[in-house]
Design a protein around this ligand. Structure first.
Ligand code: NDP
Length: 285
């Protein structure tokens, strides 16, 4: 039976550490770390994510500033708000919830966020710094995976790591981070030939493709560590599930993350961590 990597418990542990440090920070600086979250339009999934981010800030004693803009907000107004927040000393981190409505240029909007307040680490400046291994912020989901591995005592150096998925927010940065920790990294995608055979080489398999329960037993080597980043609805019952067929893979793996309760709770936790880093970097102690 695999060891269950309990993302909920690990996230709670990190949030408690952040809350304690935030109290100290506030005493020294007279301000709490502050996160501004901008949402444009009324995408229900985005609204849930944004609510969770505000709640997480409250839980650790951060200030959160919410900006809910109508779906027809023009680019000029959005850029003006970002510019205002870039100069606001109470705001240490700025996040624009994606996706944006189609008439807004996502790239232009993300470029407008000051790199020192870019707590999602999506700005090309921060992406470049991650590539050369000299960074302040890491994208939240792959950073969360690295924390799960570290806090579960899973060694990466010298291991065969296979990352399936090559998106800018998960797969690519995940591969870089595993490489930084001296893993031997293979990145797979929709054109990879004989995916199951490549995955079976993995000591550490990270699944991030967005296909419900796609990874069955034939993709997993006995004793592998399996990290399931996927967040999907199972077609049969509409319930939340990962990219991994948990029931089939769990008996083979040495360790595995469940969905829900694995990678998911780590993502917002890493956002809090980035916001704290930003606050410290912006002159506070
Ligand atoms: P994207 O859709 O941006 O990328 C999916 C990647 O998977 C692409 O690189 C694609 O390949 C690859 N892929 C798709 N189908 C296959 C296949 N059959 N075989 C091999 N590779 C395949 O997704 P994201 O990276 O944004 O998200 C991935 C999953 O992670 C989703 O379920 C998402 O909901 C979840 N997620 C979870 C988060 C969390 O907090 N837990 C946060 C972010 C995402 P190609 O490039 O060739 O098209």
């Amino acid at each position: 039976m695999a060891k269950l990597i309990d993302g909920k418990a690990i996230a709670a542990e990190i949030r408690a550490e952040i809350a304690a440090e935030a109290r100290e920070f506030q005493e020294k600086n007279g301000v709490a770390p502050g996160l501004a979250v901008i949402i444009v339009g009324e995408n229900p999934a985005s609204q849930v994510y944004v609510r969770n981010k505000h709640r997480a800030c409250e839980e650790v004693g951060f200030r959160s500033f919410g900006y809910e803009l109508p779906a027809d907000t023009d680019e000029e107004a959005l850029l003006a708000l970002i510019d205002k927040l870039n100069h606001d000393k109470a705001v240490h981190g700025i996040l624009v919830q994606l996706p944006l409505p189609a008439h807004l240029d996502e790239e232009k909007v993300l470029l407008a966020i000051s790199p020192e307040k870019d707590v999602d680490a999506f700005h090309p400046y921060n992406v470049g710094r991650i590539l050369i291994g000299n960074y302040d912020f890491l994208p939240c989901t792959p950073a969360g995976v690295m924390e799960l591995l570290a806090r579960s005592g899973i060694e990466i150096a010298g291991k065969e790591c296979v990352v399936v998925g090559r998106s800018n927010i998960v797969g690519k940065p995940q591969a870089l981070l595993l490489l930084e920790k001296n893993g031997t990294v293979t990145v797979c995608h929709s054109r990879t030939k004989d995916l199951a055979a490549v995955c079976r080489r993995a000591d550490i398999l990270v699944c991030a493709i967005g296909k419900p329960e796609f990874f069955t037993a034939e993709y997993v080597k006995k004793g592998a560590v399996v990290i399931d980043v996927g967040m999907n609805r199972r077609p049969a019952d509409g319930k939340l599930c990962g990219d991994v067929d948990f029931a089939a893979v769990e008996p083979i793996a040495a360790a595995i993350t469940p969905v829900p309760g694995g990678v998911g709770p780590m993502t917002i936790t890493m956002l809090l961590k980035n916001t704290f880093t930003a606050a410290r970097k912006q002159g506070a102690k």
